[in-house]
Design a protein around this ligand. Structure first.
Ligand code: HPA
Ligand code: ZN
Length: 350
């Protein structure tokens, strides 16, 4: 029997997705700003929004490409002004994903999206950091913090941001590269990434979301990144796939983001299963959940249903989220052991 035709299998799989411990490795904290909070913070801070209602915000979230999304993403983050705002934003995300059995997060933040409008770097850090520490202690969610450089801005601006970050480097685990991809190739940030590497930071970069496979090659060979964000278009280049598999790079794929930004036309085109089949360490993530219509488990459910994934494949995705994280070996082993235990329990007859 084809297990995917079996309703009880589908129910078991859904229960497995809900229960399986997982890490989220691709999440822009500013992209978790829900319309309700956007309105509340706008009121609190006296910021004018070009929307009449929460419903109007949600209705505006129709994007033909990455740039259309980014325009609203940078607009929305203008309501983030005080330390408390960054704290509230981060805490709301952590409380939400605790319900999805997320045990570890590696959160991106975009300091230039704030410093460019006069918000001090330290204020952003203090708010995010306080929520992450509280989330770790109260909710049991461990974390790493990844500071992203906006690639539509200059190398000079990236270096200035790194200088702002220097007093905080014990609290920042890595750097990333995000914002409009096409026309802003990774190699333009080679020098700042080299400096970050010398400072002992982990390196990641968005590559191959809209940009060509060559941008993924540049991220690997010029930036020398540790993990690839998105990487969808790597599949167009067999030699690149071979390299990714041989060197064991993890890819942080974001299915509902891909759908909303028209990287794919249908969720059934998500590359998650193809990547698993090719031996790529693929993970499932939400990217900007408030803008793309789903948190991490929504993304797991969407690909599981559309691609007829097996429970073993779901377990592999969850395991990849730990092995691809920047956690230490003991914590990775703990995550894997919990997944294995749940697998054994799921396999037992009822
Ligand atoms: N791609 C590039 N930049 C971003 C994204 C994304 O999906 N989300 C927030 N900034
Ligand atoms: Zn992203």
């Amino acid at each position: 029997m084809n297990p995917v035709m079996d309703q009880s299998y589908n129910d078991k799989r859904a229960a497995f997705i809900a229960a399986v411990p997982k890490a989220e490795l691709h999440l822009h904290i500013e992209g978790s700003l829900e319309p309700e909070m956007m309105f509340a913070l706008a009121r609190r801070n006296g910021v004018e929004l070009p929307y009449d209602s929460v419903e109007a915000v949600s209705a505006a979230y129709q994007f033909a490409n990455l740039q259309e999304f980014l325009d609203l993403y940078y607009l929305g983050m203008q309501v983030l002004v005080e330390e408390e705002d960054f704290y509230d934003l981060t805490m709301a995300y952590l409380e939400r994903v605790r319900r999805d059995n997320v045990r570890h997060v590696e959160i991106f933040f975009d300091p230039q999206g704030h410093t460019e409008r006069g918000i001090p770097f330290d204020r952003v850090m203090q708010g995010i950091q306080r929520a992450l520490d509280e989330g770790r202690d109260r909710l049991g969610i461990s974390y790493k913090l990844i500071m992203c450089f906006l690639r539509h801005l200059s190398e000079e601006s990236a270096f200035a941001t790194l200088a702002d970050a220097e007093p905080w480097l014990t609290k920042i685990d890595g750097v990333g590269l995000d914002s409009g991809e096409v026309g802003n190739p990774p190699e333009e940030f080679a020098r700042v990434f080299e400096k970050c590497r010398d400072l002992g930071l982990k390196l990641v970069a968005h590559a191959g979301e809209e940009g060509p496979p060559d941008y993924v090659w540049q991220a690997l060979d010029t930036l020398k990144i540790d993990r690839i964000d998105h990487g969808n278009r790597a599949l167009e280049d067999a030699a690149l796939v071979e390299r990714i598999v041989a060197d064991g790079y993890t890819l942080t794929v974001c299915p509902l983001s891909n759908l909303k930004l028209c990287v794919i036309d249908d969720i059934g085109e998500s590359p998650v299963k193809t990547m698993l089949d090719q031996g790529i360490k693929v993970t499932v993530n939400s990217d900007d959940p408030s803008y793309f219509g789903g948190y991490i488990n929504d993304n797991y459910h969407a690909v599981a249903n559309a691609l007829d994934l097996t429970i073993e494949e779901i377990a592999a995705l969850a395991a990849n989220s730990f092995t691809g994280s920047f956690l230490g070996a003991d914590e990775i082993a703990k995550g894997q052991a919990e997944i294995d235990l749940l697998m054994r329990r799921t396999a037992e007859p009822e």
